[in-house]
Design a protein around this ligand. Structure first.
Ligand code: NAP
Ligand code: GCO
Length: 264
């Protein structure tokens, strides 16, 4: 019996994957046998990513593309299909966050977060689905968030985007499941990456950031997640082992969503 978790012969595109969660997921998909393709917003980021992948012995291909630009995304997907092959696995990972109280946030800032975190997964998914249909299979993994389920101060745009991304995931499942395309989400908890660095910065007196202590107390695992914690779940959702899993958001959060929190 073949290994249902193997990704041998599969081509995976991970967006925004020069570092952080995208890089960790791409690394795990490579270790399971996938050919890795990634993009980032500028040549400097792509070059940084290529060097990081090369250091790990991963022959990744990198493309410069702003995932909010539909014309650029369509051109990138066409170029990948010509140079590497049809994309079997798409991980919509690229994302931004702006932590601003809603009443102080400009509409332009709100739109910018929605554009990257929600519109872009629509654009990139729309670009890869036709070839997945022709090929007879496909895997789309949207990187959602705990903010697909919960709100908190200052992240209104991000929560709105990630909540929408949860429902886009369920709709792609509904609309394209009949073509053997599975679309699922991964909902990371609080992960130690550049995106959350401001929430973990040491205070001037050397003490831990209050939010850092709060998250550790709220997490049954008693720690922040590492980007590598997301690799196994991503391999599962990218592989034949999950061919009957569709429209599901897999929370990889150390148990935060299940836990009311430790009594102070
Ligand atoms: P990160 O460190 O900020 O990395 C995000 C990546 O996306 C960067 O490489 C960034 O490139 C790229 N990117 C941003 N806008 C882009 C665009 N328009 N086109 C192409 N690439 C773009 O974030 P992360 O912590 O690794 O998070 C990755 C994903 O996981 C995001 O969707 C985030 O919302 C989600 N997530 C993160 C956490 C967490 O705790 N860290 C938890 C739940 C979900 P630049 O270097 O140019 O900015
Ligand atoms: C924040 C954090 C979170 C994490 C993640 C949690 O400011 O609350 O950035 O949003 O990034 O999305 O799942």
């Amino acid at each position: 019996m073949s290994n249902p978790f193997s990704l041998e012969g599969k081509i995976a595109l991970v967006t925004g994957a020069s570092y952080g969660i995208g890089f960790a997921i791409a690394t795990a998909l490579h270790e399971a046998g996938a050919t890795i393709v990634f993009n980032d917003i500028g040549q400097a980021q792509v070059d940084r990513g290529l060097a990081a992948y090369a250091e790990k012995g991963i022959p990744a291909r990198g493309y410069v593309c702003n995932v909010t630009d539909e014309e650029a995304v369509n051109a990138m997907v066409k170029q990948i299909e010509e140079e590497v092959g049809v994309i079997d696995i798409l991980v919509n990972n690229a994302g931004i966050i702006k932590r601003i109280p809603m009443t102080e946030m400009s509409a332009a800032d709100f739109r910018a977060v929605i554009d990257v975190d929600l519109n872009a997964p629509f654009i990139v998914s729309k670009a890869v689905i036709p070839s997945m249909i022709k090929k007879g299979h496909g895997k789309i993994i949207n990187i959602c968030s705990m903010m697909s389920e919960l709100g908190r101060e200052t992240v209104s745009a991000y929560a709105a985007a990630k909540g929408g991304l949860k429902m886009l995931t369920k709709n792609i499942c509904s609309e394209y499941g009949e073509y053997n395309i599975q679309c699922n989400g991964i909902g990371p908890g609080y992960i130690a990456t550049p995106q959350t660095a401001p929430l973990r910065e040491r205070q001037p007196d050397g003490s831990r950031h209050p939010f850092d202590s709060f998250i550790v107390a709220k997490t049954p695992a008693g720690r922040w997640g590492e980007a590598e914690d997301l690799g196994g779940p991503a391999v599962f959702l990218a592989s034949d082992a999950s061919n009957f899993v569709n429209g599901h958001i897999l929370y990889v959060d150390g148990g935060i969503l299940a836990y009311i929190g430790k009594q102070p």
